[in-house]
Each structure stands twice: as structure tokens, then as C-alpha cells.
Ligand binder design. Structure first.
Ligand code: 13P
Ligand code: SF4
Length: 383
């Protein structure tokens, strides 16, 4: 099997439309030190009024969340984008694949704007459409494609969502992965899960009761994915070898150290963490689950949270009556989520208010049509 090379580009320099990252962001940005930045943001937001709707993912910086009309995880933001047909501009403070989904779910008259085009996602970049098509050929050659349902995590390009739409599959987020897998197993014998091996494995093993032996890892950089045809045939879950570069860095040691440091601590982690970390934790769930759990916890609760740092810091600020710490001292912010900062948001809003459309995210018509089929299947999953 030929393997498709994925070009490497530095964030914010050069353009590579085939991947999520490395797209230049044009524009004369205000200086981050501009003392009038917050005032400029307020004025631009007021000038746009109801023409704009600002979505903020929970992993965004506080300075950006302050201007979000609604905050949420990727599932809630997809629903919110679809529910705002009157807003001319959807300003998406999140990452590229989320803005693509918003474009697919909104009307053609609406324009989705990503304040920094270099806000991609390293996990989404781990599955390029050419690689996924080659993997499907491997499954086809093994006589397995017909009985395999592709399920892609929201954190993937529109082209991959379209691929799942064309091949009878669906999209999932960390909030509905279990329901998406239940749906998929009602339609086929095995699932090709893209691109996050950890969410796929954790959901299959923890929530569906499959065993680790039911999972095979498909490495797109190896001939035939590095798995034999018989191992593919035996697998219930074929897991793409991708991961989140933030959540993937928490370790079992992070969990044991925090337990020593903070007696009585409850460890709460996102299912993008490795299976070892998730197994060592007390509670596991999506970003929305993490927020709900902390919001409902009594005063005096002690938490070590394994997810993006902006969210953990915000939870700690909002809940001074609890002790909330970040699970690991060495893990840092999601660098691409953090690319959206107040200067980029101000720049985008001021341009829109002045009548200049900047950083529009527009998904090609045929790709959008198939991706929409996959996204609609997700939105229709039983609650
Ligand atoms: P959710 O928003 O689905 O929790 O995903 C987490 C994430 O890593 C987003 O990039
Ligand atoms: Fe991608 Fe992970 Fe960052 Fe989410 S937190 S945008 S999955 S790299």
C-alpha cells in the first residue's frame, strides 16, 4: 500500500489547505498590549449587534470567553450554530474543524469566521483524507468494508466527515460517543473509528463492554496499517492511530502523584486521555460532563482534572469553595485553541463591522453535502 505523506508546516506560516494547520492569517492585528483592546472589543461587538453570534469553546482563553454569546463543547456548539439562522456572521472561537462543522450546519447566507486561520488541531491533522481512503481500500481488499461502519470524532476535517457520510457512517463527539457506537453496531459488525484511538478505545471498553483484544490499531504510516487482514476481520473496533497532543500527555504517574499529594482527591479526566489514565481515574467524561460534575459538587470537594488548562483554571476560579488542581504540572495549554486571542477577535469583529469579511471558513459544496449527512445522523442520535 502506498502511504500518503502529510506535509509539515509551521503554525501560522505557509498554506496547506489539505490539513487543519499551517494556514497563514492575514491582517494588521492590534498589539496585545493595546490598553484599549477590551474597549475596542466591546465597541466592535456592539456595532455588530444581532448580525453576529459569537461561539466560544470551553478551551478558549478567558479574554475570549468574555465575548462569547454561548459557550460549549463541540457538540453543543454544533447545535448552537445550527439554531441561529438569523445571524449573518457566526464568529467561531474554537478550532478549524469546529468552524467547518458550523459552516456545514448553517445556511448558505450565513458566514462563519475563524478569528485566526492557524487555529487547527493536531489530532485532526493525524488523519488526512487520502490516508483514510487508502485505509478503506485495505478494508475493501480484505472483504471487510461492507460490514464496517466508519465513525469519525468531530475533531476531523470536513473531508473525513464527508467520507463517513458517503460510507454509511456518522460523526460523534466526546458527549455522544457511546450513542454513536451503539448506532454503528446496530448497522455493522465493526467500526473504523477516526482519528482518536483513545476516545474510541475508552468508549468501546468502558461503556460498551468490549475488551482491549476487540480493538486493532490502524497506523496510516505503515503498509496495510500495520495490521493483518485476519486481525482486522477479528476486530470490532479498528482504531485510527491518532491522539490529542494535550490530553495524550497525562500519564498514570500524573494520577498516582496527585493522589499522594492531595489525599481524598477525585481524579476527573476527559476520554481523550490514554486508557491507562482513564482506568486510573475516578470519573471520566466529556468537557460538558466535567463542568456539570464540578458545578454539582459540594463545597470542600477536591479535584484533579485532566483536560485543557484554560477550562481547569476557569473552573478553579468559579469554584473557590472547592480545591481544583490541574492533573499534571508539565502539561500545557492547547496551543492551537490558544491562537484565538483578544487581538485576533478584535481584528475580526472590527473588520466585519466595517464591512470587510475576513477569515471565512467555507466548505466545498459536495464535501459539505456528505458531511452534513453524517452530522445530521449524529444530531439525530437518540438522547
Ligand atoms: P469536546 O468539546 O467534544 O469535549 O472535545 C474536546 C476537544 O479536545 C476539543 O478540541
Ligand atoms: Fe485538538 Fe486536543 Fe487541542 Fe482539542 S485539545 S483542539 S483535540 S489538540
Amino acid at each position: 500500500m502506498r502511504s500518503t505523506p502529510v506535509p509539515l508546516t509551521l503554525l501560522g506560516s505557509a498554506a496547506d489547505p489539505a490539513t487543519e494547520k499551517g494556514v497563514e492569517c492575514p491582517g494588521d492585528l492590534p498589539a496585545p498590549s493595546d490598553p484599549d483592546l477590551v474597549e475596542r472589543a466591546r465597541a466592535a461587538r456592539a456595532a455588530l449587534g444581532s448580525r453576529a453570534f459569537v461561539l466560544g469553546h470551553h478551551y478558549q482563553r478567558d479574554e475570549v470567553i468574555a465575548f462569547a454569546d454561548v459557550t460549549g463543547d463541540s457538540f453543543r456548539l454544533a447545535q448552537q450554530a445550527a439554531a441561529r439562522p438569523d445571524a449573518e456572521f457566526i464568529i467561531f472561537c474554537g478550532v478549524h474543524f469546529m468552524a467547518e462543522s458550523a459552516d456545514i450546519l448553517t445556511t448558505p447566507q450565513q458566514q462563519v469566521v475563524l478569528p485566526d486561520l492557524a487555529a487547527g488541531c493536531s489530532m485532526a491533522d493525524m488523519a488526512a483524507i487520502g490516508q483514510v481512503e487508502e485505509a478503506w481500500e485495505v478494508l475493501t481488499d480484505a472483504g471487510l468494508a461492507e460490514s464496517t461502519i466508519p465513525v469519525t470524532y468531530m475533531n476531523s476535517s470536513a473531508a473525513i466527515k464527508a467520507f463517513t457520510g458517503r460510507h454509511g457512517g456518522t460523526v460523534c463527539t466526546s458527549s455522544n460517543a457511546r450513542r454513536a457506537l451503539d448506532w454503528a453496531f446496530a448497522h455493522g459488525e465493526r467500526v473504523l473509528f477516526l482519528p482518536d484511538q483513545h476516545l474510541g478505545r475508552n468508549t468501546a471498553v468502558r461503556e460498551l463492554g468490549l475488551s482491549l483484544d476487540d480493538c486493532a490499531v490502524f497506523d496510516p504510516r505503515l503498509p496495510g496499517g500495520g495490521v493483518s487482514a485476519s486481525a482486522l476481520a477479528a476486530a470490532r473496533m479498528v482504531l485510527w492511530r491518532g491522539h490529542c497532543s494535550v490530553h495524550g500527555r497525562f500519564t498514570q504517574k500524573s494520577v498516582s502523584e496527585v493522589r499522594e499529594r492531595l489525599p481524598g482527591v477525585q481524579v476527573l479526566v476527559h476520554p481523550e486521555c490514554t486508557h491507562e489514565v482513564v482506568t486510573a481515574a475516578d470519573l471520566v467524561g466529556s468537557t460538558e460532563f466535567i463542568i456539570r460534575t464540578v458545578n454539582a459538587a459540594p463545597a470542600g470537594s477536591v479535584w484533579a482534572i485532566g483536560t485543557e488548562l484554560n477550562l481547569v483554571k476557569r473552573l478553579a476560579q468559579e469554584h473557590p469553595e472547592q480545591t481544583i488542581v490541574f492533573l499534571d504540572r508539565a502539561v500545557c495549554f492547547c496551543s492551537t485553541m490558544n491562537r484565538i486571542d483578544l487581538p485576533h477577535l478584535v481584528w475580526a469583529m472590527e473588520n466585519l463591522a466595517a464591512g470587510t469579511l475576513v477569515n471565512r471558513i467555507e466548505v466545498d459544496g459536495e464535501v459539505a453535502r456528505w458531511a452534513r449527512i453524517a452530522l445530521d445522523r449524529m444530531l439525530e442520535l437518540p438522547g
